[in-house]
Design a binder for this molecule. Structure first.
Ligand code: ZN
Length: 502
């Protein structure tokens, strides 16, 4: 489970009213031995959350041992390749880019005056190792002031220019993107004051990990209004700013020389999503996807802490362990009509990167996936806890099947607003956005009295250790998934929607 984003989008999920919930008889399979299930889950959690895997951070030796272990276990439980690529049996490579700003300098000049703007008034960033831009008189590169606009009125005329824009909270990132799409060489944003610059620094100077394919190869600078006005002259700045407010405002060239330079520590590396499958007995009838993230945070405690490794036992060794046990049980039972895919994703913690890579280049048509089940932080709640239902309200047929399965297992649905608040913080969100009906069913998110103590004491801390996991509700959640997936894998019991094109 990833951190809460800084700003939450208001979520309005239509809550569906379940008209009537008919109790279907529980299938007449022998009662599974819960102690055996719990023992198998614990064994895989022990391995994945061992200090030997050093917190399973992508791009580290511990991360590589984690997915090597999952591959071996996928083979042991009887899965076959899910990559659809004869050159790669289990792995779907994910190209990642880690960057951390190192240095930056903004120099402005007008007439004979030349000013190296101090760090207290300016900041410059690039994801490149080193980036440099010059503009203004004598350089052949125009410095263009676009005010509160995005320069789109200029179109291609902006190519190569250094652009100066006025900050307009909430719209700046999109405007900057638009300017770079028009091939601006660099963008200098004028911020209202020093606190705004401090907030920007705090956000930009963190190390960041992103998909290499989503790299924003930009050179961007920020300056406080006071420093910019000082260089331009107070009167000139005042009239420029007033003009920018007018509806008739048109971008104009500034008689200003600009030099922008920045360096960044940069590392490109490959991590892996791992995918296996149980081929269905009716080819072309669609697929069910089970997923969980294998990565965690690596060392996350301060250097002086006695234990620095965040082992991520609940988050998310437990989800991987449950996926493997679910695969083993589904494979061992009666044949299933639909294909069942099992996907262990990388780089969930830094922003759902592995699953986003999967969505961009899936080995199975997303339109053929009738439902997906994410497993994340599964080993927190005690036996008998209510089921948190993350992702409710996307698909009436799926909701009905889930609610019926919860009821026939003698369980209850938990606090819906609590579950809803986690929708965007888990891998399933990337699938939901891609139109794949995806849920996360876990007693972890069923009640605050279960979740809050975990969040307060173990979530993303070294104390999320294998010895501390609680498998009571996890075992029940596993059996719920098995029951549900058997139904959803059967086109006779769970028809595909007309819109699905398996
Ligand atoms: Zn997490």
């Amino acid at each position: 489970m990833s951190r809460a984003p800084a700003s939450w989008l208001a979520l309005l999920l239509a809550s569906l009213v379940l008209a009537a919930c008919v109790r279907a008889p529980v299938e007449s399979t022998p009662a599974p031995d819960r102690d055996d299930i719990a023992a198998r889950l614990q064994a895989d959690i022990d391995t994945l959350a061992d200090d030997a895997m050093a917190g399973r951070k992508p791009g580290t030796a511990g991360g590589r041992s984690a997915y090597a272990f999952i591959e071996r276990r996928m083979g042991e439980v009887g899965l076959v390749s899910g990559t659809n690529d004869p050159g790669s049996y289990w792995r779907l490579p994910v190209d990642l880019l880690a960057t951390e700003p190192q240095s930056g300098q903004l120099v402005l000049g007008q007439g004979r005056r030349r000013v190296v703007v101090p760090d207290s008034d300016a900041a410059v960033y690039t994801p490149r190792r080193r980036a440099l831009a010059f503009g203004g008189p004598g350089t052949g590169v125009p410095v263009v002031f676009v005010g509160f606009g995005d320069g789109s009125v200029l179109g291609d005329a902006l190519a190569g220019a250094v652009v100066v824009m006025l900050a307009d909270s909430g719209r700046d990132a999109a405007r900057r993107e638009a300017l770079f799409r028009q091939r601006a060489t660099a963008v200098l944003t004028v911020l209202p004051d020093a606190p705004a610059l401090a907030r920007l620094r705090a956000a930009e100077e963190r190390p960041r990990l992103q998909l290499a394919s989503e790299e924003q190869d930009h050179l961007a600078a920020w300056i406080t209004e006071a420093a910019f006005a000082d260089l331009l002259g107070a009167r000139r700045w005042k009239s420029l700013k007033a003009d920018a407010q007018e509806a008739s405002f048109a971008p104009l060239e500034l008689n200003l020389s600009v030099s922008i330079e920045a360096t960044s520590d940069r590392r490109e590396f490959q991590s892996e999503n791992v995918i296996g499958m149980i081929p269905g007995s009716v080819p072309g009838s669609g697929a069910v996807l089970v997923l969980g993230h294998w990565d965690h945070l690596g060392e996350c405690a301060p250097p002086e802490a006695p234990d620095r490794i965040c082992n991520g036992a609940a988050d998310n060794a437990s989800g991987i362990a449950m996926m493997l046990e679910l695969a083993r049980r589904l494979k061992a039972g009666p044949p299933l009509a639909r294909d069942i895919y099992f996907l262990a994703t990388t780089a969930e913690e830094p922003g759902l990167l592995g699953i986003r890579s999967f969505v961009k280049d899936p080995p199975v048509a997303l339109s053929g996936i009738v439902a997906a089940f994410n497993l994340d932080m599964m080993a927190v709640a005690p036996e008998g806890s209510a089921v948190g239902f993350i992702g409710r309200g996307q698909d009436p047929a799926l909701d009905a099947a889930i609610l019926a399965a919860i009821a026939r297992r003698g369980r209850k649905v938990g606090d819906q607003s609590l579950a809803d608040s986690f929708l965007q913080r888990q891998d399933g969100w990337a699938l939901v956005q891609a139109g794949v009906p995806t849920v996360l069913l876990s007693a972890t998110y069923g009640t605050r009295s279960v979740l809050d103590p975990f969040l307060a004491t173990r979530y993303h801390k070294p104390s999320d250790e294998a010895a501390a996991v609680e498998l009571g509700a996890a075992t029940e959640d596993l059996l719920l998934h098995e029951d549900l997936i058997r139904q959803i894998a059967d086109p006779a019991r769970y028809p595909a929607k007309d819109s699905a094109r398996p």
